[in-house]
Design a protein around this ligand. Structure first.
Ligand code: BGC
Length: 724
C-alpha cells in the first residue's frame, strides 16, 4: 500500500510519465497470471481488484455523475444506510450545460473530486456525455446537450476539474447510448459522418484534451456488436486514433463475453467476474487470449492507480459535503436558470407590488437528488423552491402555498410495470401509455390552488417533471406534462392571469399550454442542493438570469428528428437516418419553428451586439479563427451573457446544416459598459468526415460567422475565407 502511495505522490508532482511507465512494466513483470486476472473484474459492486502482495490497492469507483452516490452493500444495490455518506447534490447534466461555462464545469468537477476523495474513492463515474438525440430519452437530465461542441467543452471542464483535484474521471457511456428503451440490446446503425461529427466529439475531447483516465463502455450495440466488445470503438478509435492511456470499464452488467471483450479492448468487467474471472483465466491458458493482451489491460489500470493514490483508511470521519461545495453548487445553479420569456416585465418580482404570492405546484416542494432508477445522491440537504422563496422573501411579502397537483410518484411508476427490471442487465423498458393512468385532477388540491391564486397578487406556478418521470432505464412515451398540469394552469389563469411559471425539468417538455397562460416563464432544472436558493435569487432579481438552453424545446414531439423520420421508438435496431441533423441542425434545415430554440435565454438587462471583427479575412488550415465582439450592456443591471458563434457555409458543395456552433463565451458586463469578447476556434474544427476518404477533410471556401445571443437570434455576421 505504502509503495504505491509514494509512486503516486511522485507522479502528482509532475516528474511522472516515464517513471510511471517503468514502474508499471516492473509491476506487471512481477505478477502471476492469477494476480493479473484479479485486477480485471469487480470484487464488490464498486471496487475492482488490486494485488496486495505488491502493494497495488483495489480501485474504488464512485457513481456520478452529479454527486457521490451513497454506500451500497458489497454485492447488491441495497444502500448501507450509513450516516456518514451524504454528499452535495450538484445540478444535473442539462443544468450544468445551461451555464454554457467551461469554468463552471471545472468547479463542478473540483467539488466532485474533493467529495470523492473524502469518501475514499478513486474514480468518479462521470461525466455522462451522450448527445441528447431524442427529447424523451430517460437520461436527458444527466446528459449535457444536443450539440457536440457544447458537450465537448463542458466535458473537458468537468474532467479537468476532477483530475486536477486528485480523482480520476470516467466518461460514459461510450458510445451512442442515446436511448434507455431496450438499451441493453438495441443496435445502433449510423453513418460514420454522424458518428464522428455529432456523437463522438465529447468523448474525443475527453481523451485528447483532458486526458481522461476512465471510459465506460455503454450497454447498447453499435454496428451489431456490444460496446463492451466493439473493436471499432474500443481499439481502433479510442486507443489507436485518440491515444487513450487509461482503463475501459464495462457499464454495470454490460459485459457479454470473455474472449471477444478481452480482444476488443475491455479492461475491467463490473461488477462481478462472470466473464473476466475464471473464464478469462481459462481463455488465456487455452491460448484463446494471449497473455500480452492481459498485460496491456493491467498496465492501463496501473497507470490510473499510480496517478490517483489510494486513500489510506482512517477512523477520522470528515464531512463530505462542505460549505465551499454548497457555494459551488449555488454558483452553478444561478447560472443555469433560463429565462424563457418575460412579457410585461413581470420579473424580477417587485415585492412592493406583490404583497401576496401564491406558490402552486408539487414541484415547489419536490426534491430531485434521488428518484427513479440509477444513480442519485443522498443529499446532505436540498433547498426546495418554496424554502428558498420563504427564506429570501421573509416578511417582505406573504406566501401562500398550494400543492395543486400530485407529482408522478414511484407508485405511479410501479403500476406501469417498468420499475426495477433494468439495472443489472441493462435491459430498459419504456413507460407504457399507462403513465397518465390515475392522473385525475384532484378536486381538493384544485380548489385549494384556486383559492390561493384568487387571493394572491401573483402566482408562481411550478410545473415540469420529477425524477420518477425522468429516469435511467426507461424513456418517456411523450413530452406531455403529467398530473394534469396543463389543465390546472388554465383553471388558475381564469382566477388570476398574473402567472410566472417555473419549469422544473431535465429534458424538453411540451410547453404549448404553459406558454399560452404564463406571461413569464423560466426553466430551473433539477438544480442541486442549492437549487431553491438560486431560483429565489433569480426571481427576486438578486441575480440576473443568464442560462441558455442546451437543447431545443420542440413545439411537438413529432417535430423532432428521430420521431419525424420514424426512427424512434424502436426495439432491436436504431437507425439514425436523420444523420447529422440532430437538435437545432434539424429544425434549421427543415425550417421547423421550435417552441424555444437551442441557445435561447433572456436577461433582465439588455445587450447590444455593437460590432464584430476578425483577425484576418483569409485563414489557412493550420490557423485559428479569432473574432472580437463588442458587447454593450444597455440596461441597468450588471449581468452575464453567453455570446454564441455559429458558422454558416453559403457556398459549400458538401452538405452542411444551416448553422453549427463553433465557439461561445460567457462574460460579465456592468451596466453602460462595453466588453470586448474574444471567441476563437481552429480552422480544423470546420472539417467534416468524408465518407469516401474515411477521414477528416476541410472544404476550402467562404464561410459566414454568425454571432448571436441564441441560435435563432443572430445579431452580427461576417464572411471570411478558410482553407487557403
Ligand atoms: C449506469 C451507469 C452507472 C452504473 C453504476 C449503470 O446502470 O448506466 O451510468 O455508473 O450503473 O451505478
Amino acid at each position: 500500500m505504502k509503495k504505491t502511495f509514494v509512486i503516486a505522490m511522485f507522479c502528482m508532482l509532475g516528474a511522472c510519465q516515464n517513471g510511471v511507465e517503468k514502474q508499471v512494466q516492473q509491476l506487471v513483470g512481477q505478477m502471476t497470471l492469477e494476480e493479473k486476472i484479479q485486477m480485471l473484474h469487480g470484487h464488490t459492486m464498486f471496487t475492482s481488484g488490486g494485488v496486495e502482495r505488491l502493494g497495488v490497492a483495489p480501485l474504488k469507483y464512485a457513481d456520478g455523475p452529479f454527486g457521490v452516490r451513497e454506500e451500497l452493500e458489497p454485492h447488491s444495490w441495497a444502500p448501507l444506510r450509513l450516516t456518514t455518506d451524504s454528499a452535495t447534490f450538484f445540478p444535473t447534466g442539462s443544468a450544468l450545460a445551461a451555464t454554457w461555462s467551461e469554468e463552471m464545469a471545472w468547479l463542478y468537477g473540483k467539488g466532485l473530486a474533493e467529495e470523492t476523495r473524502t469518501r475514499g474513492k478513486d474514480m468518479v463515474l462521470g461525466p455522462a456525455v451522450n448527445i441528447q438525440r431524442i427529447p424523451t430519452g430517460g437520461r436527458t437530465y444527466e446528459y449535457l446537450s444536443e450539440d457536440p461542441l457544447l458537450s465537448a467543452r463542458l466535458t473537458v471542464g468537468y474532467i479537468n476539474g476532477v483530475q486536477e483535484n486528485g480523482a480520476a474521471a470516467c466518461i460514459k457511456h461510450y458510445a451512442l447510448n442515446n436511448q434507455e428503451n431496450n438499451r441493453g440490446a438495441v443496435d445502433v446503425r449510423i453513418s460514420q459522418r454522424a458518428m464522428r461529427e455529432i456523437y463522438l466529439p465529447p468523448f474525443r475531447a475527453a481523451v485528447e484534451e483532458a486526458g481522461v483516465w476512465g471510459v465506460m463502455a455503454a450497454y447498447n450495440k453499435v454496428f451489431g456488436s456490444w460496446c463492451a466488445e466493439n473493436t471499432l470503438l474500443l481499439t481502433d478509435i479510442l486507443r489507436n486514433e485518440w491515444g487513450f492511456k487509461g482503463l475501459v470499464v464495462s457499464d454495470w452488467g454490460g459485459t457479454h463475453s470473455t474472449v471477444a471483450s478481452a480482444l476488443a479492448g475491455l479492461d475491467v468487467e463490473m461488477p462481478g467476474d462472470r466473464y473476466f474471472g475464471q473464464a478469462l483465466l481459462d481463455s488465456v491458458r487455452s491460448g484463446a487470449v494471449p497473455e500480452e493482451v492481459i498485460d496491456r489491460k493491467v498496465e492501463n489500470i496501473l497507470r490510473v492507480r499510480m496517478t490517483v493514490p489510494p486513500i489510506e483508511e482512517t477512523s477520522d470521519v470528515r464531512p463530505v459535503s462542505t460549505p465551499e461545495h454548497s457555494e459551488m453548487a449555488y454558483e452553478i445553479a444561478t447560472r443555469s436558470i433560463v429565462l424563457l420569456k418575460n412579457a410585461e416585465a413581470l420579473l424580477p418580482l417587485d415585492l412592493n407590488k406583490y404583497k401576496k404570492i401564491a406558490v402552486i405546484g408539487d414541484n415547489a416542494v419536490k426534491k430531485h437528488a434521488q428518484g427513479g432508477i440509477g444513480a442519485g445522491v443522498k443529499a446532505r440537504y436540498e433547498i426546495t423552491p418554496l424554502e428558498g422563496l420563504q427564506q429570501k422573501i421573509g416578511d417582505k411579502a406573504q406566501i401562500i402555498y398550494a400543492r395543486g397537483y400530485k407529482g408522478f410518484s414511484r407508485w405511479d411508476r410501479q403500476r406501469t410495470g417498468v420499475l426495477g427490471d433494468v439495472v443489472l442487465t441493462g435491459t430498459g423498458g419504456m413507460l407504457s401509455g399507462g403513465e397518465r393512468r390515475g392522473m385525475r385532477p384532484d378536486d381538493t388540491l384544485l380548489l385549494q390552488a384556486l383559492d390561493a391564486a384568487r387571493e394572491a397578487d401573483l402566482v408562481l406556478f411550478f410545473a415540469g417533471n420529477n425524477r420518477e418521470v425522468e429516469t435511467e432505464g426507461a424513456d418517456r412515451t411523450s413530452i406531455d406534462l403529467l398530473s394534469m398540469q396543463d389543465e390546472l394552469i388554465q383553471e388558475i389563469a381564469r382566477v388570476n392571469p398574473a402567472i410566472v411559471t417555473v419549469v422544473v425539468t431535465g429534458a424538453p417538455v411540451d410547453l404549448t399550454t404553459l406558454e399560452a397562460f404564463s406571461p413569464a416563464m423560466l426553466v430551473s432544472w433539477f438544480n442541486g442542493s442549492e437549487g431553491g436558493n438560486a431560483l429565489a435569487d433569480v426571481l427576486l432579481g438578486n441575480v440576473v438570469p443568464s442560462g441558455k438552453l442546451p437543447f431545443t424545446f420542440p413545439m411537438r414531439l413529432q417535430d423532432s428528428p428521430a420521431y419525424a423520420l420514424n426512427n424512434y421508438p424502436n426495439f432491436e435496431q436504431a437507425d439514425y437516418s436523420e444523420d447529422i441533423y440532430v437538435g437545432y441542425r434539424w429544425y434549421d434545415a427543415q425550417e421547423i419553428q421550435p417552441m424555444y430554440a437551442f441557445g435561447h435565454g433572456l436577461s433582465y438587462t439588455s445587450f447590444e451586439y455593437v460590432s464584430m471583427q476578425t483577425g484576418k479575412n483569409r485563414y489557412k488550415p493550420s490557423d485559428e479563427v479569432s473574432v472580437i465582439v463588442r458587447l454593450k450592456n444597455t440596461g441597468t443591471m450588471a449581468a452575464e451573457e453567453v455570446v454564441q458563434l455559429y458558422v454558416n457555409r453559403p457556398e459549400s458543395e458538401v452538405e452542411f446544416p444551416p448553422k453549427e456552433l463553433k465557439a461561445f463565451r460567457r462574460v460579465r458586463v456592468a451596466p453602460g459598459k462595453t466588453a470586448r469578447v474574444t471567441l476563437t476556434f481552429p480552422v480544423n474544427a470546420l472539417q467534416h468526415w468524408d465518407e469516401a476518404l474515411q477521414d477528416w477533410a476541410l472544404e476550402p471556401g467562404t464561410i459566414e460567422l454568425w454571432v448571436g445571443t441564441s441560435s435563432d437570434d443572430i445579431r452580427l455576421k461576417k464572411s471570411v475565407a478558410v482553407g487557403f
